[in-house]
Structure formats: structure tokens, C-alpha cells
Write a protein that binds this ligand. Sequence first.
Ligand SMILES: Cc1cc2nc3c(=O)[nH]c(=O)nc-3n(C[C@H](O)[C@H](O)[C@H](O)COP(=O)(O)OP(=O)(O)OC[C@H]3O[C@@H](n4cnc5c(N)ncnc54)[C@H](O)[C@@H]3O)c2cc1C
Length: 418
Amino acid sequence: MPLASITSQSLSPVAATGSFAEFISREWEVIVVGAGPAGSLAARQLALAGAKVLLIDRNHFPRRKVCGCCLNAVGLQVLEEVGLKHLADRPSLPTTQQMYLATRSHRATLSLIPQGKVISREELDTTLVREAIAAGVDFFPGRQARLEPAMSSTSEAPFREVWFRGETQPLRAKLILAADGLGGSLLKPLENQEPPVSTLEVAVPSRLGVGGMAESVPEFYQPDTIYMAYGDAGYLGLVRLADGRLDMAAAMNAEAVKQQKGWGNALASILGEVSFPLPDDWETIPWQGTPKLTCSRERLFAERVLVLGDAAGYVEPFTGEGMSWAMLSAYAIVPFALQAMHQGTEFAGPAWDRQYQEIIGKRMRACRWIRTLGQYPFLARRAIQLGAWFPSWTEPVMRLLHQSPKPLFEMRRASKDL
Ligand SMILES: Cc1cc2nc3c(=O)[nH]c(=O)nc-3n(C[C@H](O)[C@H](O)[C@H](O)COP(=O)(O)OP(=O)(O)OC[C@H]3O[C@@H](n4cnc5c(N)ncnc54)[C@H](O)[C@@H]3O)c2cc1C
């Protein structure tokens, strides 16, 4: 079948827009750390609102990221609202029409309504960085940033510093957005150091993430379908990208991975359990792991710092929503970031916390419920069996997960009109 789109090879690298020496000589209003969907979109929206923004990432782009690459309807709506619908809503990109769920003993095919799109993270993240630069954001890739605890004082300092290994001077900004993703270390030095505390709590038990990309793909895996293999060691999602590659992303029990002596063996055992074929190039796939997946942060702010995207918390990827949460939080944070930039985080911080809980918290709670079910293979198998018999029982859950953020968009538009 003709599958053609942008491949990782055809995406050209995104260069820095300046040097460290140039960046240090400027006073930034916002420094965004992390150029995933949360960081790049927030940086772009802030630049469009008139802020001087620097976007930093420890990686160079395009870069790979462990992800199921399925962008759901909520993510598509956010992109449409900010005028970037064309990035993901193109006929050349596969659509998520159905999910084919398999356990050792059962199969279920669920229609996915509303549908989403399948897009590689090399492509989505790189194009979002380019859109940010086009909106006036400066970009500084290949540098790992770190924060230091703030000096204790009764009032907030006017700037916050961002440090880099090997540099003797920091960059300074009125506000730092921490969008450094799952397992990001930016906020670690602040945890338990300064009030308000911003600690990342990891749920127990929590699975690990792993991902890889196959180029030699069996005919079995058709486009427009998310294949989900549920085994004793965890679950693995497989989806065809526009260029024909097979993206694989899994949540695995750490103990099972240890017992199977590595990612490749543990994932192959899941595929074997559900009788899905292995790609021919299996032995040569470079697997990429993640830290523990389910975590939450008590508070999403520190002095002149606001937190968004996965850095604010994450739940296992069974329902494939993280990119949408990341982009929704990027859209939602803009007025709070603008207020924090001018007045500090004393008021904007707690207000952002409340807003985040309202727009993302309830979606996450639904995912936590599904995750808890997934911790017990017997229950999960029964749920899939029920899905096979009565596909409609999953509809209320799907509705909750895909609840439209339109009320938030309307509220924002109304407040701009005032
Ligand atoms: C197995 C798995 C499957 C998934 N499947 C899906 C799916 O199908 N659909 C979906 O919507 N979501 C899925 N997700 C979730 C999704 O990948 C994330 O939720 C999403 O990437 C979050 O975006 P983000 O911008 O917050 O963080 P990220 O995309 O992780 O970006 C963070 C960025 O910060 C940079 N960074 C980190 N620390 C520093 C530092 N100190 N200095 C500078 N830069 C730094 C990193 O290099 C990275 O580029 C999946 C996740 C996993 C683990």
C-alpha cells in the first residue's frame, strides 16, 4: 500500500538560533526547558502573546521519543484552536480508526470515535519547534538545563537562573517553564528545598515504558489500526506510521523485564503470548526505556517556576493521551505564565495548580482507574473479554477521555474580548 510522508531522514536538523554568548547577554521573560509538545507549544503561544522566549532542550531535533504516536481528538482540537491543525490533521497521516486488543485467550476490536491521527514524534516535535521559532522563539538545543534552589528571602527575586554544565554563568528569566517531561531532572534540586515544595511522587507499583521502531513490518499490521497486545509482563501498542514503519511502545513490569533478560525478550514474549508476528528486523531494533511511568507532582509551581506536560505528572499510556495533555496544558498555561512573568508566582502559581487540576486532573483520574484495572491481569482479561462481547460498554470511558476542551477555548476567547 502506498504510505508516504515525512520520514526521520527527510526532516532536516533544527539549528540553534544563537550562541550561548548571545543568549547570556539578553534578558529573557520566559525560558522554557524541554521542547516536547508541552514546551514548544507553550513557548510559541507565549511568543505570540508578545513575550521574549528562549526554548531549551538537551536533545537535538529531530529526536526519537518513546511514544505510541497516536494523537487523539483532544490534541487535534488544541492544534486547531492555535492555528496548527495542518501539522497533524492531514490526509497523508494514518487515522486511528480502531483498536485491536488481544490477550492470550481473547480478541476485541473497538471502534475509536472520535478518531485521532498517527504521527511520528520525530515529525510532530520537530515541526512544533519550527512553529515556535517562526513565532519568534529563540531555540537552544543540545544543552541540559538545571535549576538551583532559590535564595531564601521573604519576597520573590525578579529573576530565576538556569544553569548548564561547563558554564560559569547562568541564563536568567522572569519565569521558567518546566516542560522537561517524564523523569526530567530540572526540578530535582528544588524538591524539599524551598517552599512551596514540588515533589514528584512515583506510584507503587509503577510500570516502565519502552519503545522501538521496526522497518521490516509483517503484512499483519495494517494502517489505521492500533494493535494492543496484553500479556503477563505488561502491554505493547503497535501502530503503522505514514512512512510504513511500525512504532512500538509498551508499559512493562520491571521484574518481568529483569527475568526475561532485557526489553527485546520481554516484548517478544508478550507478542508470542497473543500470537502477533515479530517484525523481521526485531534483533536489530534499538530499544529505548523510560523511568517509572505513573507519577504525580504535589504542586506545579515554585518561585518563578511553573510546571506543565509530563513534568507535572503522568499515568500509564494505555489510553494514549499524554501528548494531548501536554498540548492542552501548554495552551492553558499562557495567561498564568504572563501573570507570573510580571508579578511572580505567588498568585499565578496556585491559580495554575487549580486550573491544571480542573482541565487535566479529571482526565488523569479516568486513566488511573484503567491503570489500576491493568495491574491485575485477570481483571484486564475479563475487561477485554467484555469489550469483545459488548463493545458499547467502553463508550462512556471513551467519552470521558475525549471530553472536548471547547469550554476552555470559549472562556479564553471571551476573556480576550472583554
Ligand atoms: C510507552 C509510551 C507510550 C505512549 N503513547 C502515547 C500515545 O500513543 N499518545 C499520546 O498522546 N501520548 C503517548 N505517550 C505519552 C507522551 O509521549 C508524553 O505524554 C508526551 O511526550 C509529553 O510531552 P512533554 O512535552 O510533556 O514531554 P516530552 O515529550 O518528554 O519532552 C520533554 C523534553 O524535555 C527535554 N529535557 C528533559 N530534561 C531536560 C533538561 N534538564 N534540560 C533540557 N531539556 C530537557 C527532553 O529532551 C524532551 O525533549 C506515551 C508514553 C509512553 C512512555
